[in-house]
Ligand binder design. Structure first.
Ligand code: NAP
Ligand code: GDD
Length: 350
């Protein structure tokens, strides 16, 4: 039985990847951080929680990573753990550099020391491109990161290549464009919108405040993208691949379609608020997955319109069930109202 170690198993991609690998017959190990309150809701939601082997480890603690590898003795490591929210990376640039950047070197060093035969997947990102061009980005387009998060990921991207070329480790970058799902964190704009649509539909809220609604992203469906991670590690040679849908849409279009899916007019409910603007933003991202298509045989199945509908449907159903007294594992009921969260912006206002 093949063994996989997933860092970041409590996140969106970690949960879907764990399910995917379990279905393929893998023994799945996942690292989780010690938190004051456990957060396994995603794997509980997917019904796989009982099938996971959990190991406490933190990317800022090299010894804990080494221990996780010793315990799991994996054939493949999927490094999904990161401080992954671009907005937070402006508030916590040093912590982000440590976890999202240096953390990757800690994993690579552990592989080099423990067993260089272990295959390594690094969760690289379209944020690497930043505002480098307004064209579709493939593996040859130069990077120009525009946030502390992207700068940390750039370092991690190069370390992955350096360990591949320098130590002959099967280390690969999946350069994934934005991918969303009902398991997406509530701070990311897509789920923030679909959750608000559900609450507004049920009369629990009146409006939603957003930042830069002109920003454009190439949004795909997380379970489709998870499959590419596995495919990348099954190739004969290690390499780097762009994973995307090749379409780009604005946040405004996303909001319009999400409200429309619930029979509402977005203009009556969407407000803009400077609080959600970033010091520097990426205005346009659109990928080109041609290489992944030709070499891996990968293509996205769910596109923009369908993605929005399935996310709105799931959030509506959750709030509806919750209001009827049903209790289950999820995140939204427990999330603070954004007006209660004070940021750098509030200090500037005072
Ligand atoms: P996510 O939902 O935010 O999950 C991030 C995971 O990393 C969580 O399990 C989190 O654990 C863990 N983590 C954070 N800091 C850690 C630390 N210091 N030590 C160990 N674990 C830590 O992110 P995602 O959307 O699943 O994304 C997975 C990966 O792909 C991330 O590296 C992200 O940057 C990258 N990526 C995502 C996208 C996308 O559109 N989703 C696109 C390109 C690349 P806790 O639950 O304890 O916080
Ligand atoms: N989060 C958020 N909240 N974003 C908003 C809002 C808001 O209220 N209003 C507008 N936006 C804009 C952001 O400024 C950004 O331009 C765009 O919506 C998308 O923001 P996010 O959903 O936070 O995602 P991201 O593109 O910054 O980062 C995600 O995708 C990357 C891949 O490109 C994350 O998953 C990263 O981890 C990932 O690497």
């Amino acid at each position: 039985m093949r063994r996989a170690l997933i860092t970041g198993i409590t996140g969106q991609d970690g949960a879907y990847l764990a399910k995917f690998l379990l279905d393929k017959g893998y023994e799945v190990f996942g690292t989780y951080r010690r938190l004051s309150t456990p957060n396994f809701w995603r794997s509980q939601y997917l019904g796989i929680f009982e099938n996971l082997n959990l190991i406490p480890a933190d990317l800022v603690d090299a010894g804990s990573i080494m221990e996780a590898i010793r315990i799991s003795r994996p054939d493949e490591i999927y490094n999904l753990a990161a401080q992954s929210f671009v907005g937070t990376s402006f508030e916590q640039p040093i912590g982000t550099g440590d976890m999202t950047g240096l953390g990757v070197t800690r994993v690579l060093e552990a592989i080099r020391n423990f067993d260089p035969e272990i295959k390594f997947y690094q969760a690289s990102t379209s944020e690497l491109y930043g505002n480098s061009s307004n064209k579709q980005a493939n593996e040859e387009v130069p990077f120009k990161p525009a946030s502390p998060y992207a700068a940390a990921k750039l370092y991690a991207y190069w370390q992955t290549r350096i360990y591949r070329e320098g130590y002959n480790i099967f280390a690969c970058n999946g350069i994934l464009f934005n991918h969303e799902s009902p398991l997406r964190g509530l701070e990311f704009v897509t789920r923030k919108i679909t959750n608000a649509v559900a609450k507004i539909t049920l009369g629990l809220e009146k409006d939603i405040k957003l930042g830069n609604i002109e920003a454009k992203r190439d949004w795909g469906y997380a379970p489709d993208y998870i499959e590419s991670m596995w495919m990348i590690l099954q190739q004969r040679d290690p390499d780097d691949y762009v994973i995307a849908t090749n379409e780009s849409h604005s946040v405004k279009e996303f909001a319009e379609k999400a409200f429309d899916a619930a029979g509402l007019d977005w203009q009556e409910h969407v407000k803009t608020d400077k609080r959600f603007l970033r010091p520097l933003d990426v205005h346009f991202l659109q990928g080109d997955y041609d290489k992944a298509n030709k070499k891996l045989g990968w293509a996205p199945k769910v596109k923009f319109g369908e993605l929005i509908k399935l996310m709105v449907k799931e959030d509506l159903s959750r709030w509806d069930r919750w209001q009827s007294g049903e209790r289950f594992s999820w995140d939204a009921f427990n999330y603070p109202c954004e007006d209660k969260i004070l940021s750098r912006y509030h200090r500037m206002e005072r």
